[in-house]
Design a protein around this ligand. Structure first.
Ligand SMILES: CC(=O)SCCNC(=O)CCNC(=O)[C@H](O)C(C)(C)COP(=O)(O)OP(=O)(O)OC[C@H]1O[C@@H](n2cnc3c(N)ncnc32)[C@H](O)[C@@H]1OP(=O)(O)O
Ligand SMILES: O=C([O-])CC(=O)C(=O)O
Length: 377
Protein backbone atom coordinates (compact mmCIF):
# COMPACT_ATOMS: atom_id res chain seq x y z
CA UNK A 1 0.00 0.00 0.00
CA UNK A 2 1.20 3.51 -0.79
CA UNK A 3 2.60 5.54 2.13
CA UNK A 4 1.05 8.66 0.61
CA UNK A 5 -2.51 7.65 1.45
CA UNK A 6 -3.65 9.59 4.49
CA UNK A 7 -6.54 8.28 6.56
CA UNK A 8 -8.52 10.77 8.65
CA UNK A 9 -10.13 8.42 11.16
CA UNK A 10 -13.49 9.76 12.26
CA UNK A 11 -13.09 12.37 9.47
CA UNK A 12 -11.33 14.56 12.06
CA UNK A 13 -10.55 17.97 10.62
CA UNK A 14 -12.03 17.10 7.20
CA UNK A 15 -14.25 19.63 5.37
CA UNK A 16 -16.69 17.48 3.38
CA UNK A 17 -18.91 20.32 2.07
CA UNK A 18 -19.60 24.06 2.29
CA UNK A 19 -22.51 25.25 4.46
CA UNK A 20 -24.02 28.68 5.02
CA UNK A 21 -25.99 27.73 8.11
CA UNK A 22 -23.79 27.86 11.21
CA UNK A 23 -20.20 28.76 11.99
CA UNK A 24 -18.11 27.32 14.82
CA UNK A 25 -14.76 28.76 15.88
CA UNK A 26 -13.53 25.91 18.04
CA UNK A 27 -10.36 27.66 19.20
CA UNK A 28 -12.20 30.77 20.40
CA UNK A 29 -15.33 28.93 21.57
CA UNK A 30 -17.71 30.84 19.32
CA UNK A 31 -20.89 29.77 17.54
CA UNK A 32 -23.18 31.70 15.21
CA UNK A 33 -26.27 30.81 13.20
CA UNK A 34 -26.42 32.63 9.84
CA UNK A 35 -24.01 35.26 11.20
CA UNK A 36 -25.86 35.90 14.48
CA UNK A 37 -24.05 35.14 17.74
CA UNK A 38 -25.53 32.27 19.76
CA UNK A 39 -25.42 34.60 22.79
CA UNK A 40 -27.72 37.16 21.14
CA UNK A 41 -30.07 34.43 19.96
CA UNK A 42 -30.15 32.67 23.36
CA UNK A 43 -30.95 35.90 25.20
CA UNK A 44 -33.20 37.72 22.73
CA UNK A 45 -34.79 35.29 20.30
CA UNK A 46 -37.29 32.42 20.33
CA UNK A 47 -37.12 28.89 18.92
CA UNK A 48 -39.66 29.75 16.21
CA UNK A 49 -37.62 32.78 15.11
CA UNK A 50 -34.36 30.79 15.16
CA UNK A 51 -35.94 27.98 13.14
CA UNK A 52 -37.01 30.52 10.49
CA UNK A 53 -33.56 32.13 10.55
CA UNK A 54 -31.80 28.79 10.09
CA UNK A 55 -34.13 27.69 7.30
CA UNK A 56 -34.46 30.98 5.38
CA UNK A 57 -31.16 32.65 6.21
CA UNK A 58 -32.53 35.98 7.54
CA UNK A 59 -34.38 37.10 10.66
CA UNK A 60 -38.13 37.08 9.92
CA UNK A 61 -40.36 40.14 9.77
CA UNK A 62 -43.36 40.12 12.15
CA UNK A 63 -45.62 38.87 9.34
CA UNK A 64 -43.19 36.15 8.27
CA UNK A 65 -42.82 34.97 11.86
CA UNK A 66 -46.60 34.94 12.40
CA UNK A 67 -47.15 32.92 9.20
CA UNK A 68 -44.35 30.47 10.10
CA UNK A 69 -45.65 30.05 13.66
CA UNK A 70 -49.14 29.38 12.27
CA UNK A 71 -47.69 26.65 10.04
CA UNK A 72 -45.92 25.02 12.99
CA UNK A 73 -49.13 25.16 15.05
CA UNK A 74 -51.22 23.73 12.16
CA UNK A 75 -48.70 20.88 11.90
CA UNK A 76 -49.36 19.77 15.50
CA UNK A 77 -51.17 16.66 14.27
CA UNK A 78 -50.28 12.99 14.50
CA UNK A 79 -52.00 10.22 12.53
CA UNK A 80 -53.87 8.00 15.02
CA UNK A 81 -51.74 5.00 14.00
CA UNK A 82 -48.69 6.69 15.56
CA UNK A 83 -50.27 6.19 18.98
CA UNK A 84 -50.52 2.47 18.09
CA UNK A 85 -46.79 2.44 17.22
CA UNK A 86 -46.02 4.17 20.52
CA UNK A 87 -48.24 1.74 22.46
CA UNK A 88 -46.55 -1.26 20.84
CA UNK A 89 -43.05 0.03 21.71
CA UNK A 90 -43.91 1.93 24.92
CA UNK A 91 -41.49 0.02 27.17
CA UNK A 92 -38.52 0.92 24.95
CA UNK A 93 -36.09 3.81 25.32
CA UNK A 94 -37.90 7.02 24.23
CA UNK A 95 -35.25 7.64 21.60
CA UNK A 96 -35.98 4.27 19.96
CA UNK A 97 -39.71 4.94 20.19
CA UNK A 98 -39.19 8.36 18.58
CA UNK A 99 -37.03 6.97 15.76
CA UNK A 100 -39.54 4.18 15.06
CA UNK A 101 -42.39 6.71 15.07
CA UNK A 102 -40.62 9.05 12.64
CA UNK A 103 -40.05 6.11 10.27
CA UNK A 104 -43.71 5.15 10.71
CA UNK A 105 -44.77 8.73 9.88
CA UNK A 106 -42.82 8.37 6.63
CA UNK A 107 -44.84 5.26 5.82
CA UNK A 108 -48.17 6.77 6.91
CA UNK A 109 -47.94 10.18 5.23
CA UNK A 110 -47.74 9.90 1.41
CA UNK A 111 -46.42 13.49 1.15
CA UNK A 112 -43.24 12.32 2.92
CA UNK A 113 -42.01 11.08 -0.46
CA UNK A 114 -42.06 14.60 -1.95
CA UNK A 115 -38.39 15.51 -2.45
CA UNK A 116 -38.97 18.88 -4.10
CA UNK A 117 -37.56 21.75 -2.01
CA UNK A 118 -41.07 22.98 -1.16
CA UNK A 119 -42.06 19.42 -0.26
CA UNK A 120 -39.02 18.92 1.93
CA UNK A 121 -39.68 22.19 3.70
CA UNK A 122 -43.33 21.26 4.36
CA UNK A 123 -42.23 17.83 5.61
CA UNK A 124 -39.57 19.49 7.78
CA UNK A 125 -42.09 21.86 9.37
CA UNK A 126 -44.44 18.95 10.08
CA UNK A 127 -41.66 16.86 11.62
CA UNK A 128 -40.49 19.79 13.75
CA UNK A 129 -43.99 20.00 15.26
CA UNK A 130 -44.61 16.25 15.42
CA UNK A 131 -41.37 15.20 17.16
CA UNK A 132 -42.21 16.91 20.50
CA UNK A 133 -45.76 15.51 20.26
CA UNK A 134 -44.40 11.97 19.88
CA UNK A 135 -42.10 12.39 22.89
CA UNK A 136 -44.99 13.76 25.00
CA UNK A 137 -47.46 11.10 23.81
CA UNK A 138 -44.99 8.34 24.68
CA UNK A 139 -44.51 9.76 28.18
CA UNK A 140 -48.31 9.82 28.66
CA UNK A 141 -48.91 6.34 27.23
CA UNK A 142 -46.14 4.62 29.19
CA UNK A 143 -47.61 6.12 32.37
CA UNK A 144 -51.13 4.93 31.54
CA UNK A 145 -52.42 8.41 30.65
CA UNK A 146 -54.18 9.66 27.53
CA UNK A 147 -51.96 11.87 25.32
CA UNK A 148 -52.68 15.56 25.93
CA UNK A 149 -54.16 17.57 23.02
CA UNK A 150 -51.91 20.40 21.73
CA UNK A 151 -52.81 23.98 22.66
CA UNK A 152 -52.64 26.28 19.59
CA UNK A 153 -52.20 29.33 21.82
CA UNK A 154 -48.90 28.13 23.24
CA UNK A 155 -45.41 28.52 21.80
CA UNK A 156 -43.48 25.49 20.52
CA UNK A 157 -41.63 25.10 23.84
CA UNK A 158 -44.62 25.82 26.11
CA UNK A 159 -46.88 23.49 24.13
CA UNK A 160 -44.35 20.70 24.46
CA UNK A 161 -44.21 21.09 28.25
CA UNK A 162 -48.01 21.28 28.36
CA UNK A 163 -48.34 18.05 26.37
CA UNK A 164 -45.60 16.38 28.44
CA UNK A 165 -47.02 17.19 31.86
CA UNK A 166 -50.68 18.02 31.27
CA UNK A 167 -50.30 21.32 33.13
CA UNK A 168 -49.53 24.79 31.82
CA UNK A 169 -45.83 25.58 32.35
CA UNK A 170 -44.68 28.75 34.13
CA UNK A 171 -43.23 31.45 31.87
CA UNK A 172 -39.80 30.66 33.34
CA UNK A 173 -40.01 26.93 32.60
CA UNK A 174 -41.22 27.60 29.06
CA UNK A 175 -38.41 30.10 28.46
CA UNK A 176 -35.78 27.64 29.75
CA UNK A 177 -37.07 24.99 27.31
CA UNK A 178 -37.13 27.62 24.53
CA UNK A 179 -33.49 28.57 25.20
CA UNK A 180 -32.51 24.90 25.36
CA UNK A 181 -34.06 24.32 21.92
CA UNK A 182 -32.32 27.44 20.50
CA UNK A 183 -28.93 26.27 21.81
CA UNK A 184 -29.40 22.78 20.33
CA UNK A 185 -30.92 23.85 17.00
CA UNK A 186 -27.86 23.52 14.74
CA UNK A 187 -24.19 22.63 14.90
CA UNK A 188 -22.51 22.12 11.55
CA UNK A 189 -21.23 18.70 10.52
CA UNK A 190 -22.13 16.98 13.79
CA UNK A 191 -22.67 13.22 13.59
CA UNK A 192 -26.47 13.36 13.35
CA UNK A 193 -26.60 16.09 10.68
CA UNK A 194 -23.89 14.26 8.76
CA UNK A 195 -25.88 11.00 8.95
CA UNK A 196 -28.97 12.86 7.71
CA UNK A 197 -26.98 14.34 4.81
CA UNK A 198 -25.60 10.92 3.86
CA UNK A 199 -29.18 9.67 3.58
CA UNK A 200 -30.33 12.67 1.49
CA UNK A 201 -27.24 12.07 -0.67
CA UNK A 202 -28.77 8.76 -1.75
CA UNK A 203 -31.95 10.65 -2.80
CA UNK A 204 -33.96 9.15 0.05
CA UNK A 205 -36.72 11.07 1.86
CA UNK A 206 -36.48 13.67 4.63
CA UNK A 207 -38.23 11.24 6.99
CA UNK A 208 -35.52 8.64 6.28
CA UNK A 209 -32.86 11.30 6.91
CA UNK A 210 -34.51 12.31 10.21
CA UNK A 211 -34.64 8.66 11.33
CA UNK A 212 -30.90 8.37 10.58
CA UNK A 213 -30.22 11.67 12.36
CA UNK A 214 -32.13 10.52 15.44
CA UNK A 215 -30.30 7.19 15.45
CA UNK A 216 -26.92 8.93 15.29
CA UNK A 217 -27.96 11.38 17.99
CA UNK A 218 -28.97 8.62 20.40
CA UNK A 219 -25.45 7.54 21.43
CA UNK A 220 -23.70 8.82 24.57
CA UNK A 221 -20.81 10.30 22.56
CA UNK A 222 -23.36 12.68 20.95
CA UNK A 223 -26.89 13.45 22.20
CA UNK A 224 -26.90 10.85 24.96
CA UNK A 225 -24.36 12.80 27.01
CA UNK A 226 -26.91 14.73 29.12
CA UNK A 227 -28.46 11.48 30.36
CA UNK A 228 -25.00 10.15 31.22
CA UNK A 229 -24.10 13.37 33.06
CA UNK A 230 -27.14 12.97 35.28
CA UNK A 231 -26.17 9.36 36.01
CA UNK A 232 -22.65 10.59 36.85
CA UNK A 233 -24.05 13.24 39.21
CA UNK A 234 -26.12 10.59 40.98
CA UNK A 235 -23.13 8.25 41.21
CA UNK A 236 -20.93 11.01 42.68
CA UNK A 237 -23.71 11.79 45.18
CA UNK A 238 -21.94 14.65 46.97
CA UNK A 239 -19.59 17.43 45.81
CA UNK A 240 -16.90 16.14 48.18
CA UNK A 241 -16.64 12.92 46.11
CA UNK A 242 -16.13 14.67 42.74
CA UNK A 243 -12.32 14.89 42.79
CA UNK A 244 -11.93 11.17 43.56
CA UNK A 245 -14.44 10.32 40.81
CA UNK A 246 -12.55 12.36 38.22
CA UNK A 247 -9.20 10.93 39.35
CA UNK A 248 -10.49 7.36 38.94
CA UNK A 249 -11.93 8.13 35.49
CA UNK A 250 -8.69 9.69 34.33
CA UNK A 251 -6.65 6.79 35.73
CA UNK A 252 -8.86 4.35 33.80
CA UNK A 253 -8.55 6.60 30.70
CA UNK A 254 -12.36 6.75 30.53
CA UNK A 255 -14.11 9.94 29.34
CA UNK A 256 -15.73 12.21 31.91
CA UNK A 257 -19.08 12.72 30.27
CA UNK A 258 -20.20 16.25 29.38
CA UNK A 259 -16.57 17.20 28.69
CA UNK A 260 -14.80 17.30 25.37
CA UNK A 261 -15.92 18.08 21.87
CA UNK A 262 -14.68 17.26 18.40
CA UNK A 263 -14.47 20.95 17.43
CA UNK A 264 -14.23 23.11 20.57
CA UNK A 265 -10.90 23.54 22.30
CA UNK A 266 -12.22 26.45 24.38
CA UNK A 267 -15.43 26.14 26.42
CA UNK A 268 -18.53 25.39 24.33
CA UNK A 269 -20.23 28.84 24.16
CA UNK A 270 -23.66 27.28 24.77
CA UNK A 271 -22.61 25.86 28.15
CA UNK A 272 -22.68 29.25 29.88
CA UNK A 273 -26.41 29.68 29.19
CA UNK A 274 -27.17 26.24 30.58
CA UNK A 275 -24.90 26.90 33.59
CA UNK A 276 -26.73 30.17 34.33
CA UNK A 277 -30.04 28.30 34.08
CA UNK A 278 -28.97 25.53 36.47
CA UNK A 279 -27.52 27.99 38.95
CA UNK A 280 -30.66 30.13 39.01
CA UNK A 281 -33.08 27.21 39.09
CA UNK A 282 -31.14 25.40 41.83
CA UNK A 283 -31.28 28.52 44.03
CA UNK A 284 -34.96 29.17 43.31
CA UNK A 285 -35.88 25.59 44.08
CA UNK A 286 -33.63 25.36 47.13
CA UNK A 287 -31.84 22.33 45.62
CA UNK A 288 -28.19 23.32 45.24
CA UNK A 289 -26.71 19.79 45.55
CA UNK A 290 -26.61 18.82 41.85
CA UNK A 291 -25.20 22.20 40.79
CA UNK A 292 -22.54 21.92 43.50
CA UNK A 293 -21.57 18.45 42.24
CA UNK A 294 -21.30 19.75 38.65
CA UNK A 295 -19.11 22.65 39.75
CA UNK A 296 -16.91 20.28 41.79
CA UNK A 297 -16.42 18.12 38.68
CA UNK A 298 -15.47 21.25 36.68
CA UNK A 299 -12.96 22.16 39.39
CA UNK A 300 -11.47 18.65 39.34
CA UNK A 301 -11.21 18.76 35.53
CA UNK A 302 -9.41 22.15 35.50
CA UNK A 303 -5.93 20.63 35.02
CA UNK A 304 -7.15 19.20 31.70
CA UNK A 305 -8.65 22.46 30.40
CA UNK A 306 -5.27 23.53 29.07
CA UNK A 307 -5.43 20.49 26.76
CA UNK A 308 -8.70 21.84 25.37
CA UNK A 309 -10.94 19.68 27.51
CA UNK A 310 -13.87 21.78 28.69
CA UNK A 311 -17.56 21.35 29.37
CA UNK A 312 -19.85 20.97 26.35
CA UNK A 313 -23.48 22.08 25.95
CA UNK A 314 -24.83 18.97 27.63
CA UNK A 315 -22.84 19.13 30.85
CA UNK A 316 -25.50 21.30 32.48
CA UNK A 317 -28.66 20.48 30.55
CA UNK A 318 -29.45 17.21 32.36
CA UNK A 319 -29.68 18.91 35.76
CA UNK A 320 -32.06 21.55 34.33
CA UNK A 321 -34.37 18.79 33.08
CA UNK A 322 -34.03 16.91 36.38
CA UNK A 323 -34.98 20.02 38.37
CA UNK A 324 -38.06 20.28 36.15
CA UNK A 325 -38.95 16.69 36.99
CA UNK A 326 -38.35 15.39 33.46
CA UNK A 327 -37.34 11.69 33.35
CA UNK A 328 -33.70 11.04 32.44
CA UNK A 329 -34.42 8.96 29.37
CA UNK A 330 -36.17 11.95 27.76
CA UNK A 331 -32.99 14.05 27.65
CA UNK A 332 -31.83 12.74 24.26
CA UNK A 333 -35.26 13.16 22.62
CA UNK A 334 -35.28 16.75 23.95
CA UNK A 335 -32.03 17.33 22.04
CA UNK A 336 -33.79 15.91 18.95
CA UNK A 337 -36.68 18.36 19.39
CA UNK A 338 -34.21 21.25 19.33
CA UNK A 339 -32.05 19.90 16.48
CA UNK A 340 -34.95 19.47 14.01
CA UNK A 341 -34.53 22.84 12.16
CA UNK A 342 -30.79 22.20 11.76
CA UNK A 343 -31.49 18.85 10.12
CA UNK A 344 -34.19 20.36 7.89
CA UNK A 345 -31.94 23.05 6.45
CA UNK A 346 -28.88 20.84 6.17
CA UNK A 347 -30.92 18.27 4.24
CA UNK A 348 -32.23 21.04 1.96
CA UNK A 349 -28.68 22.35 1.48
CA UNK A 350 -27.53 18.82 0.62
CA UNK A 351 -30.41 18.39 -1.82
CA UNK A 352 -29.72 21.73 -3.58
CA UNK A 353 -26.44 20.44 -4.97
CA UNK A 354 -26.68 16.84 -4.21
CA UNK A 355 -23.81 14.41 -4.42
CA UNK A 356 -23.62 10.87 -3.13
CA UNK A 357 -21.49 10.90 0.05
CA UNK A 358 -19.26 7.88 -0.30
CA UNK A 359 -15.69 7.99 0.99
CA UNK A 360 -13.19 5.11 0.84
CA UNK A 361 -11.85 2.59 3.31
CA UNK A 362 -8.25 1.49 2.81
CA UNK A 363 -8.27 -2.30 2.59
CA UNK A 364 -6.00 -4.04 5.10
CA UNK A 365 -7.54 -7.56 5.00
CA UNK A 366 -6.00 -10.81 3.68
CA UNK A 367 -4.24 -11.09 0.30
CA UNK A 368 -6.18 -12.78 -2.52
CA UNK A 369 -6.53 -16.54 -1.85
CA UNK A 370 -8.24 -19.63 -3.26
CA UNK A 371 -11.74 -20.59 -2.14
CA UNK A 372 -11.86 -23.85 -0.15
CA UNK A 373 -15.11 -25.85 -0.48
CA UNK A 374 -16.79 -26.40 2.91
CA UNK A 375 -16.12 -30.17 3.12
CA UNK A 376 -12.39 -29.54 2.74
CA UNK A 377 -12.11 -26.98 5.61
C1 LIG B 1 -23.76 17.79 21.92
C2 LIG B 1 -22.65 16.87 21.73
O1 LIG B 1 -22.77 15.92 21.00
S1 LIG B 1 -21.25 17.28 22.52
C3 LIG B 1 -20.45 15.77 22.91
C4 LIG B 1 -21.21 15.00 23.96
N1 LIG B 1 -20.45 13.81 24.40
C5 LIG B 1 -19.86 13.73 25.62
O2 LIG B 1 -19.93 14.62 26.45
C6 LIG B 1 -19.17 12.41 25.91
C7 LIG B 1 -17.77 12.63 26.47
N2 LIG B 1 -16.88 13.17 25.47
C8 LIG B 1 -16.26 12.35 24.55
O3 LIG B 1 -16.40 11.14 24.56
C9 LIG B 1 -15.37 13.00 23.51
O4 LIG B 1 -14.89 14.23 23.97
C10 LIG B 1 -16.09 13.23 22.16
C11 LIG B 1 -16.59 11.88 21.62
C12 LIG B 1 -17.27 14.17 22.31
C13 LIG B 1 -15.12 13.86 21.17
O5 LIG B 1 -14.13 12.95 20.95
P1 LIG B 1 -12.90 13.25 19.96
O6 LIG B 1 -13.14 14.41 19.12
O7 LIG B 1 -12.61 11.99 19.25
O8 LIG B 1 -11.79 13.68 20.96
P2 LIG B 1 -10.52 12.85 21.29
O9 LIG B 1 -10.96 11.50 21.71
O10 LIG B 1 -9.61 12.97 20.12
O11 LIG B 1 -9.94 13.58 22.53
C14 LIG B 1 -8.65 14.08 22.63
C15 LIG B 1 -8.09 13.71 23.98
O12 LIG B 1 -8.95 14.16 25.02
C16 LIG B 1 -9.40 13.07 25.79
N3 LIG B 1 -10.81 13.25 26.07
C17 LIG B 1 -11.78 13.60 25.18
N4 LIG B 1 -12.95 13.70 25.81
C18 LIG B 1 -12.72 13.42 27.10
C19 LIG B 1 -13.55 13.37 28.23
N5 LIG B 1 -14.85 13.62 28.14
N6 LIG B 1 -12.99 13.05 29.40
C20 LIG B 1 -11.68 12.79 29.51
N7 LIG B 1 -10.84 12.83 28.46
C21 LIG B 1 -11.36 13.13 27.27
C22 LIG B 1 -9.17 11.84 24.95
O13 LIG B 1 -8.98 10.70 25.77
C23 LIG B 1 -7.94 12.21 24.19
O14 LIG B 1 -6.82 12.03 25.01
P3 LIG B 1 -5.51 11.32 24.44
O15 LIG B 1 -5.07 12.23 23.32
O16 LIG B 1 -4.60 11.31 25.62
O17 LIG B 1 -5.94 9.98 23.97
O1 LIG C 1 -20.99 19.24 16.83
C1 LIG C 1 -20.87 18.15 17.38
O2 LIG C 1 -19.94 17.34 17.14
C2 LIG C 1 -21.87 17.69 18.37
C3 LIG C 1 -23.12 18.49 18.39
O3 LIG C 1 -24.06 18.22 17.70
C4 LIG C 1 -23.17 19.66 19.22
O4 LIG C 1 -22.20 19.97 19.89
O5 LIG C 1 -24.24 20.31 19.26
Amino acid sequence: MSDEIRINRGLKGVYFERSGVSHIDGAKGELSYRGYSIHDLATQSTFEEVAWLLIHGELPTKDELAAFTAKLVAARELPGAIHDVIRATASGHPMDVLTASVSALGALEPESRDRSEAGMLANGIRLTSQIPMIVAAHEAIRNGRKPVEPDPNLSHAANWLWMLKGEKPSDDAARLADVDFILHAEHGANASAFAARVVIGTEATLHAAFAAGLAALSGPAHGGAAEDVMRMVEEIGDASNAAAYVKAKRAAREPVTGFGHRVYRAEDPRARHMRDGVERLSKEMGQPRWYEILQAVVEAMKPYARHGLNVNVDFYSGVIYQLHGIPMDLYVPIFGIGRAPGWVIQCIEQQRRNILIRPLTLYDGPEMRDYTPIDQR
